[in-house]
Design a protein around this ligand. Structure first.
Ligand SMILES: [Zn+2]
Length: 259
């Protein structure tokens, strides 16, 4: 059940069928090496969400392409939303989803850069005493790790590398500019070394082209396996989320606000 495709009359039944669970996929708009579209994460996570919904009833919102991509704004095509605005914006969406009767909201992340931000959003709903339960599914599940070990040939796995290139070859091969990565291996740059200190540009200084390893080793078949692993992990989580009563009990004990 896709939120955008339901009529107003359909919502009550959709909510019942989904047992009150709605899901917001979150992608990004940022450089993905010289060969993948900036919407790579958004295409991939929308596909994952649609496949999840085909297996386990849940109402899927349209994927959010706008998120936190501060490290790479100097690369064309990036759209960065400031952290405070993004937390507020995602919270507004969740408030509205709740107003439509969904008590459990799942954020399905397709962008690694959201990992630090994600804990801020979860903490914010607690501080703001929201009456709905927010759950978050990040990339890097045990299903993905297992499949990655089975199929990956690159020494280094990461952004716009063998994995993401495979996913795009599976989802939208026409958007992959394969000629730009022929014979190329993306190695980390040693330019920044202040370890053990951290800096806000650690990742981008290490991977200035925003591509990691050997994307040329990507294949559509590997992409299918990776996307399926992500789907399997999300379905497993959603089945548990449907049974979960602990999160809402905690929120009620804290005196959740009425919206
Ligand atoms: Zn990506």
């Amino acid at each position: 059940m896709k939120w955008m495709e339901l009529t107003a009359e359909d919502f009550e039944e959709a909510r019942r069928e989904a047992e009150g669970v709605a899901m917001l996929p979150i992608g990004s708009l940022e450089r993905h090496g010289p060969h993948l579209p900036v919407g790579c994460d958004t295409f991939a996570i929308q596909r994952v969400a649609d496949l999840v919904e085909a297996v386990e009833p849940v109402v899927v919102l349209p994927a959010l392409p706008y998120t936190h991509v501060a490290v790479c704004v100097f690369h064309p095509g990036a759209i960065h939303i400031r952290q405070n605005a993004l937390i507020e914006f995602v919270t507004c969406i969740c408030d509205e989803v709740y107003r439509n009767g969904f008590e459990k909201i799942v954020l399905l992340h397709g962008h690694g850069g959201n990992i630090p931000l994600n804990s801020s959003i979860l903490a914010h709903t607690l501080e703001a005493r929201k009456p709905y339960a927010l759950y978050s599914i990040n990339i890097g599940s045990e299903e993905e790790t297992r499949v990655r070990r089975e199929i990956m040939e690159s020494k280094t796995f990461g952004h716009a590398g063998e994995g993401e290139t495979s996913c795009m070859l599976h989802i939208a091969p026409g958007l992959v500019k394969a000629e730009r990565i022929r014979g190329r291996v993306f190695e980390p740059s040693p330019a920044l070394d202040v370890a053990p200190a951290q800096t806000p540009v650690d990742w981008i200084a290490r991977w200035p082209e925003m591509a990691v390893g050997e994307p040329e080793l990507g294949t559509a078949e590997k992409g299918r396996r990776l996307i399926e692993a992500h789907v399997e992990a999300a379905v497993r989580a959603i089945r548990k989320i449907k049974k979960d009563t602990v999160v809402l009990e905690h929120l009620r004990r804290r005196g959740a606000m009425r919206l």
